[in-house]
Every structure is written in C-alpha cells, then in structure tokens.
Ligand binder design. Structure first.
Ligand code: NAP
Length: 260
C-alpha cells in the first residue's frame, strides 16, 4: 500500500516536533516546515535514520504568504503529493492587549490564521479526493474560554475552530477528514514549563506533555474525529463549561486574574 505523506508546520519545536515523531513512528513520510536556522536539516536527518521514512523540509517564514504556492509546486515537481496537512505553527501570548505592539499582532494573525487558511486551500487543490486525506488544524481550549491576556491568541483559535467546523461540513461528501485539535496547556518550552509548574490543583492537572497530545491527536485524526480534546480533565472541563452560567464563569476568571 502507498505510504502517505504528512506536511507539518512549525515542526522544529514543541508540539509540531512531537507530531512529526508520532507520524514518523506510524510510518508516514514527512514534509517539515519551520523558520530558517531552527535545526530542520538535523531533525530531518535524525528522523530519516531512526524511522526509515522519507523526509523533505522547507525552511521558511510562514507569515510570508507569497511563499506558499512554491511549497506545493516544489513538492508536485518532486512527485510528493501531500495526503495529511497538519496546521500546527502558532504564536501565543500571555500579556495585556496594550503591552504588545502592532507588529506582534500582525505576525500572530498571519501565522495563526492566514497560514492555516491559505495552506489548507492549496492542500485541497492538490489532493485526490477519491482517496483518504486528512487535515489537522491545531486550535486551543483558549479559543473556547474567554481569557484576558490571551485576547488576540484566543480569538485566532476561535477562528480556527469555526473555520475547521465549516470545512468539516463542506467536505462531508468526500474522503477528506478534517479534525480540530483543542489542547489545554502543553509543556512545550521552558517558559511554559515554569508557568505551568506554578499552577495548582485542577489547573495543573490540565497540563499535558507534547508527546501525549501528539499521540491523542494522530489517533483522533486517523479515526476522523471532528474535535480532539487531549486529556480526560480537559474533556471534563469542556463539559462543565457547557453547564456553567456565563456570569459565574466571568466571576471565576476575574477572581483568578485579580480584575476589578
Ligand atoms: N503550548 C501550549 O500550551 C499550547 C496550548 C494549546 C494550543 N497550542 C498550539 O499548539 C501549536 C504549537 O504550539 P507550541 O507550544 O508547540 O509552539 P512552539 O513551541 O513555539 O513551536 C512553534 C513552532 O512554530 C514554528 N514557527 C514559529 N513562527 C514561525 C514562522 N513565522 N514560520 C514558520 N514556522 C514558525 C517554530 O519554529 P522555530 O523553532 O523556528 O521558532 C516552532 O517550530 C500552536 O498552534 C499553539 O497555538 C499550544
């Protein structure tokens, strides 16, 4: 049987790197994308020699939309059709709205929203819809809960959730499966590790390691799950959220953030 190829954005670090390992471990060929000088050649060589899969990579800035067509043109010229698109690259923030400048928000929106929409459009233009293919859009539970200091980040992830759910309906008559990954906190980098370790009780229990999230994500994607929420506690919180009145949720958030 033909081995499928997965394109993973933001593959050099964090969740993207764990997703790349998880997919390689399940025998998928890979196309990795990240910024230049983020160690992609070394990562690609490591995966090739340890997992016996083909790995292509592109070192480019995903906020530069004019480069996107070139990715699929190059892969098509090299006869590498992409069967799985993982829109993972994303930029978070934990800061009051006025503490970041307009360049930051432009980059965040370009990376979190524009790259996902345009890569998805280009991907759908090249898939053979009579064979199974997959899209995994990485959202966040931050897109579901209203959290000050995540104002633009959360809004970009709400966009991803809406976009993904519409695509699921549009593609329902085809063999294209579209999944939304909605993780809670993930220990992807030192500053998050420090922040996450300062949490207590249920907040701490919602945090997962990137490898666990990647495993649940790929399982769910291949099963065609519409929304993948890694971690039993996170699934419970989402359920609880549906029952709690808005007024109570607002009170809890204000108290947590010591807002007036
Ligand atoms: N961590 C969490 O708690 C959490 C929770 C829920 C959802 N998520 C979502 O999960 C996804 C991954 O998050 P993460 O924590 O793993 O992030 P991360 O550790 O910061 O990794 C982001 C990846 O994206 C790449 N990247 C950043 N800017 C780029 C650009 N302009 N062009 C190309 N690649 C770029 C980075 O490459 P470099 O190495 O070159 O910078 C890196 O490989 C994001 O969509 C995030 O919103 C994360």
């Amino acid at each position: 049987m033909k081995r499928l190829t997965a394109l993973v954005t933001g593959a050099s670090e964090g969740l993207g790197k764990s997703l790349a390992f998880e997919l390689a471990n399940r025998n998928f060929n890979l196309v990795l994308i990240s910024l230049p000088a983020s160690g992609l050649p070394e990562l690609a060589a490591f995966i090739r020699s340890n997992f016996n899969v083909n790995v292509h990579y592109f070192e480019l800035d995903l906020t530069k939309a004019e480069l996107f067509t070139g990715i699929f043109d190059t892969l098509s010229a090299e006869q590498v059709p992409v069967d799985i698109l993982v829109n993972n690259a994303g930029l978070g923030n934990w800061s009051w709205f006025e503490d970041k400048n307009i360049d930051f928000y432009k980059t965040q929106i370009d990376l979190n929203i524009t790259s996902t929409v345009l890569l998805t459009r280009l991907f759908l233009g090249q898939v053979d819809k009579s064979h199974p293919s997959y899209i995994l859009n990485v959202g966040s539970l931050g897109g579901r809960f209203i959290v000050p200091r995540k104002q633009v980040y959360g809004a970009t992830k709400s966009f991803i959730a809406y976009f993904t759910k519409c695509l699921q309906l549009e593609q329902s008559g085809t063999q294209v499966r579209v999944s939304l990954l909605s993780p809670g906190g993930i220990n992807t980098k030192p500053e998050l590790l420090v922040l996450n370790h300062s949490l207590k009780g249920i907040s701490r229990a919602t945090i997962l390691e990137p490898e666990e999230v990647a495993r649940e994500a790929v399982d769910g994607l291949l099963k065609g799950k519409k929304e993948i929420i890694p971690g039993a506690i996170n699934r419970f919180l989402v359920l609880l959220d549906a029952f709690l009145p808005g007024r109570i949720k607002e009170m809890i958030i204000k108290r947590k953030l010591a807002l007036g």
